[in-house]
Design a binder for this molecule. Structure first.
Ligand SMILES: NC(=O)c1ccc[n+]([C@@H]2O[C@H](COP(=O)([O-])OP(=O)(O)OC[C@H]3O[C@@H](n4cnc5c(N)ncnc54)[C@H](OP(=O)(O)O)[C@@H]3O)[C@@H](O)[C@H]2O)c1
Length: 340
């Protein structure tokens, strides 16, 4: 079978595809024939050696796949051969076949496509964890969403709508204005407008109930400033460390240097909270599987439905990642590993 590898730190051109023979699944494992693998921004950071929690090079990225079970390991009796599933691979998902622990595999309902299934876990799981689980999102709340047109951003907008949020303010590049507005958000041009000012102006000077910030650096301080008294800020990424497809240690250093160190006394006096969120490092796996179950319900009710930007044959993985570096995507980008 074929799989994608990152041989060493590098740009999209460094990515290779290799042949490998996979073993049989072991105790409580299954083998999945992958149809779709989700690309996450973290995969781009890992390739540049700026992520911090990936395996040593060479390795295969890919947190999440959809596909069908083609082999069962010993003692596996919950799942069946031929069953359509989502598998949370941790790493290694950019492959034609993967072996996964069966407790990291969830059956896909008949009415959900392989595309929708692979687009859901990381983006919706993360947005739901922040806004609903930690943030207690409720009707009428005001929410600030950055990367509003991206994978997590579009998921966050739909979750906000599902919970009856009053106002969703979404920042993105200029070309995405119409798209962001079509998701029910007040668009803010990330390069030209001051989102703190917009948040204050649109909430009678108070600020928003929740802000989700995957940018870090100085941007995180501004997201904190956009909160009202009692507001909650979620720090969940550092995209400012990766300005484009070329690795920049200066940008990474600037991000780290400018990321605020919050003062608990100031936070106390304004009743503001800051959450750090890294789903890949969540040790309590039950939290994530409960989120997936809740999200499955919302999907069944038609309240959420992953927006797919594009699906690329896996041989085009470098172009697919470049597409994200170039800020072109509106929604989730997927790799197609299905048999031709
Ligand atoms: N902590 C966690 O558990 C967790 C989980 C998932 C994702 N994340 C983080 O959430 C963010 C979004 O992830 P995603 O996978 O959904 O990706 P995404 O938002 O689809 O990423 C691409 C979009 O991000 C925006 N962007 C902003 N700064 C960028 C930059 N320096 N380079 C390229 N694009 C940039 C671009 O849109 P605009 O220019 O239009 O804004 C681009 O279209 C990432 O920072 C990611 O690391 C964290």
């Amino acid at each position: 079978m074929k799989k994608v590898i990152y041989p060493k730190i590098g740009g999209p051109d460094s990515i290779q595809i290799i042949e490998e023979k996979l073993d049989n699944p072991g105790k409580n494992q299954v083998k999945v024939r992958v149809h779709r693998a989700g690309i996450n921004f973290a995969d781009l950071m890992m390739r540049q050696g700026l992520y911090g929690s990936n395996p040593d090079f060479p390795f295969t990225p890919g947190y999440e796949v959809s596909g069908e079970i083609i082999e069962l390991g010993d003692d596996e009796n919950r799942l069946e051969i031929g069953q359509r599933v989502i598998a949370m691979t941790g790493f290694g998902g950019y492959s034609e076949e993967v072996i996964v622990e069966s407790n990291r595999v969830v059956p896909i309902p008949d009415n959900i496509s392989f595309d929708q299934a692979a687009a859901m876990p990381v983006t919706y799981g993360t947005a739901y964890h922040m806004l609903v689980h930690l943030g207690g999102l409720k009707e009428g709340d005001t929410v600030l969403v950055h990367h509003a047109a991206g994978g997590v951003g579009t998921a966050a907008a739909q979750i906000c709508k599902a919970y009856g949020a009053g106002l969703i303010i979404g920042t993105a590049s200029e070309s995405k204005k119409e798209f962001v507005e079509s998701l029910g958000m007040r668009f803010v041009n990330r390069d030209k407008e001051d989102f703190v000012e917009v948040c204050k102006n649109m909430t009678g000077g108070k600020g928003v109930h929740q802000a989700i910030d995957p940018v870090a650096g100085k941007h995180l301080t501004r997201s904190y400033d956009a909160l009202r008294n009692g507001g909650k800020l979620h720090c969940f990424g550092a995209s400012s460390a990766v300005p484009n497809e070329k690795r920049s240690l200066i940008a990474a250093f600037k991000m780290w240097r400018n990321t605020p160190k919050f003062d608990p006394m100031k936070m106390m006096n304004s009743n503001k909270s800051v959450f750090g969120v890294h789903m890949g490092r969540m040790e309590d796996e039950e939290i994530f599987s409960n989120h997936l179950a809740d999200l499955g319900e919302l999907m069944k009710q038609g309240k959420i439905n992953p927006i797919i930007d594009s699906v690329w044959r896996f041989e085009k993985v470098a172009d697919a990642q470049r597409h994200i570096h170039n800020r072109k995507n509106k929604g989730k980008v997927l790799l197609d590993f299905s048999p031709n």
